[in-house]
Design a protein around this ligand. Sequence first.
Ligand code: ZN
Length: 154
Amino acid sequence: MDLRELYQDIILDHGQHPRNFHKLDHATHFANGHNPLCGDRVTVYVELDGDKIRDVSFEGRGCAISQASASLMTEILKGKTPAEADALFKSFHAKVTGRDDASVPPALQDDAERLEPLTGVKTYPARVKCATLAWHAFEAALKSGATGATVKTE
Ligand code: ZN
């Protein structure tokens, strides 16, 4: 199996069996994300405890890329600090937009590598918004607090 097939399997697996796919009852922050280009919708819930992301989950529907990205993101962000989440998003965003100029600290290297399967979208610019939707919603959630927010990727 080559790397491309392996990556495809990971995306299909997370797309079909999304992890942390539920509403978070104790969410301190949440936000809705909408990608009108593809029709993807996600709601990201965050439970922040001091400077730690105690829990993060999502609900939504859309293409396999958007759902797989949200699923992987929730797995990776649990237990992180908002600053670590921000560093991961910056490096992920750089990769999917075809740049590679945002590296993460060594402690986050493994997590950044788990996002590699999604970086294949860089050859399909229209899908970049699918891959980053959940992350935009996550960032909007942290900024907005318990009142929630809505982000549109355009
Ligand atoms: Zn999509």
